[in-house]
Design a protein around this ligand. Structure first.
Ligand SMILES: NC(=O)c1ccc[n+]([C@@H]2O[C@H](COP(=O)([O-])OP(=O)(O)OC[C@H]3O[C@@H](n4cnc5c(N)ncnc54)[C@H](OP(=O)(O)O)[C@@H]3O)[C@@H](O)[C@H]2O)c1
Length: 289
């Protein structure tokens, strides 16, 4: 498994990342998913405070508490900024965003406790907040960095303009923008989003790289290449992302250990240029102009 830096002063992550959004599972199942990922060279794990209605970080933390040596073998990403009505957060009566200095600091501290770790490798603002005050975000990030609680910062689902605006208030680089990218959701390749990240030498993380699994059921024709590459549909869909020069880091979401292994092997496939465009043609239903 390749390991690469997200940015020249950013963290080194495995090129495929395991996402914990769907890991609302018994501790033993999450333990198996973590160990399988690590065995395949997938050392980076993607969380958010809200996953599993605020439970998935705690399940992951239980595994680390039982086997603390795992922490040294992995990098942890988590997110903050979304609040919604939940028995776990009785103060919220409507879904909203909170990127205040107080909330970012509180949320990072809470994730540290819940994940049973002394540091978060990368903290992301989960969604662009219409009320985001960049000076407050910069203050919160700076304090957390100085305290050594969070090593690097980034954003998720930000437009290029939002990314550059927040960056302009920071004295250190945002190291990623985690956005939705897949064969079925590739607008970022054409609307300037990936170009902006490349301009700043920042690698994107791609959420739902298999379209949440729908890609497989909806696009059988696209995977006619499977035989040529002796690869599975999952591997081809990931290889298609890995070929992009922006150095996309796909965040896979499977809950099955065997699919974790299968995904890791996608890094060994180098799609032919024309196969890449043919897959795009099939999914778009038309040729490039
Ligand atoms: N930043 C954000 O706003 C944001 C938003 C969404 C997600 N994320 C992150 O991205 C990660 C991945 O998202 P995702 O789970 O949507 O990713 P995904 O990998 O596109 O989808 C995973 C889903 O596809 C299914 N699947 C995988 N391979 C399949 C196959 N060959 N045939 C049929 N179904 C298949 C999986 O089922 P099985 O479990 O049965 O394999 C699972 O339900 C999340 O865990 C989270 O960390 C971030």
């Amino acid at each position: 498994m390749q390991r690469q830096q997200l940015h020249a002063s950013g963290p080194v992550f495995s090129r495929i990342i395991s996402g914990a959004w769907r890991w609302n599972l018994p501790d033993t199942a999450v333990n198996t998913l973590i160990e399988t990922s690590l065995d395949c060279g997938i050392t980076t794990f993607d969380h958010a405070d809200i996953y599993g209605d605020h439970s998935n970080e705690a399940i992951f933390g239980n595994v680390l508490r039982k086997n603390p040596s795992l922490r040294q073998k992995m990098e942890i990403v988590t997110k903050c900024g979304i609040k919604f009505p939940s028995a776990h957060r009785p103060a919220s009566w409507v879904k909203h965003y909170d990127t205040s200095k107080e909330h970012i600091q509180w949320s990072a501290e809470n994730s540290l406790k819940t994940l049973a770790t002394d540091r978060i490798d990368l903290l992301l603002i989960h969604r662009p907040d219409p009320l985001l005050n960049p000076e407050e975000v910069a203050e919160a990030f700076t304090v957390l960095k100085q305290q050594g609680k969070v090593l690097h910062f980034g954003v998720s689902n930000f437009t290029s303009t939002q990314f550059e605006m927040l960056q302009s208030y920071l004295s250190f680089p945002l190291v990623t923008n985690q956005i939705e990218i897949s064969l079925s959701h590739h607008t970022s390749m054409f609307d300037g989003s990936l170009d902006t990240l490349m301009k700043h030498r920042v690698a994107p993380m791609a959420w739902s790289p298999l379209g949440g699994g729908k890609l497989m059921s909806d696009n059988t024709a696209m995977f006619s290449k499977a035989v040529k590459y002796t690869a599975t549909e999952t591997q081809l869909a990931l290889a298609w992302l890995l070929k992009h020069p922006s150095r996309i880091f796909p965040v896979i979401g499977t809950t099955r250990p065997e699919r974790v292994k299968e995904s890791a092997d996608a890094t060994n496939i180098n799609l032919d240029l024309q196969d890449w465009f043919e897959m795009l043609k099939i999914v778009q239903g038309k040729e490039m102009p």
